[in-house]
Design a binder for this molecule. Structure first.
Ligand code: PPS
Length: 288
């Protein structure tokens, strides 16, 4: 299924038609979660692939076999994608499921179970930069135009996948309603080993120190960048144009500094404050 130029609109959200249909989105929104399911929820470019790799290895107790032999999209398939039903593992153990869907679409189905949700967020300025570069290589996303134009659409919430602000606010407002673990890209970047340990304990799969060390080593940016099972080099050029950049691009915190002008930074802060003013959640990223 190509549908590179198609945009699906669902619950007011524009999504790439290459990956989504109305049917796959309806299926996702009424999915019957099991109490044993582990669901990775992210706005795009917030560390999804990283979390898929970490959780794969927590479940395998540091055994690298699945991470080195099965592509990430098959180990932790996207609930809303057209291939989800084919990829979902029929296992009695925990199923790893990924989604970018917003809270208003998925929370009603999730509330019917005790599925564990891991919500990973990233500094939206770095998300915007990463998303911009991804638009250049992903043939199923529209041409981003200039960074300046893209940034305005990102702040407006008119990019595909919708508003970053609504995504984060929506999901984090569900902390009391869902079994939800909130973690940031920046936390994982700063203390990978500690993040792995916290996640493993929360999931009820405590690890030995040597298992944590093994996972830490395998989940480093340099190691994942070379792993064809997560670096998306398996995806053909008609879908991801690898001459335009790498999926595992930089993996840094604060890359926005190389992209934002002082004026863009000021505008970003202004809109951030307006969007987040009613939010009781504490967001530390923009306070530096
Ligand atoms: S997607 O398309 O939504 O699934 O993308 P996602 O995986 O959420 O985000 C991709 C960004 O995450 C970075 N990444 C990492 N950073 C540090 N360490 C590790 N191990 C790692 N793995 C993935 C990846 O490089 C993308 O960020 P940028 O800033 O573009 O480099």
């Amino acid at each position: 299924m190509a549908r590179m130029e198609v945009t699906e609109t669902f619950a007011g959200l524009a999504l790439p038609g290459h990956l989504h249909t109305q049917e796959s989105l309806r299926f996702a929104s009424s999915f019957q979660f099991r109490d044993t399911d582990v669901v990775i929820v992210t706005y795009p470019k917030s560390g999804t692939t990283w979390m898929q790799e970490i959780l794969t290895l927590i479940h395998s107790k540091g055994d690298l076999e699945p991470a080195k032999t099965i592509p990430n999209w098959a180990r932790a398939p996207w609930l809303e994608h057209t291939h989800f039903k084919d990829l979902l593992q029929e296992t009695s153990g925990p199923r790893l499921i990924t989604t970018h869907l917003p809270c208003q679409v998925l929370a009603p189905a999730l509330r019917k179970s005790k599925a564990k949700v891991i919500y990973m967020a990233r500094n939206p300025k770095d998300v915007a930069v990463s998303f911009y570069h991804f638009h250049k290589m992903a043939k199923f996303l529209p041409d981003p135009g200039s960074f300046e134009d893209f940034l305005i659409r990102f702040l407006d919430g008119t990019v595909q996948y919708g508003s970053w602000f609504d995504h984060v606010k929506g999901w984090l407002s569900q902390q009391a309603e869902l079994e939800l673990f909130y973690i940031t890209y920046e936390d994982v970047h700063k203390e990978l080993g500690r993040s792995v340990e916290q996640l493993a304990d929360w999931l009820g799969c405590p690890l030995q120190p040597e298992e944590i060390r093994e996972i830490q080593q395998h989940c480093s940016f340099s190691s994942m960048r070379e792993n064809a099972m997560v670096n998306y080099t398996l995806v053909p050029c008609e879908i991801m144009d690898h001459s335009q950049g790498r999926f595992m691009r930089k993996g840094t915190v604060g890359d926005w500094r190389d992209h934002f002008t002082p004026l863009q930074n000021m505008l970003f802060h202004k809109i951030y404050q307006k969007e987040m003013q009613d939010s009781s959640m504490r967001f530390c990223w923009l306070l530096d």
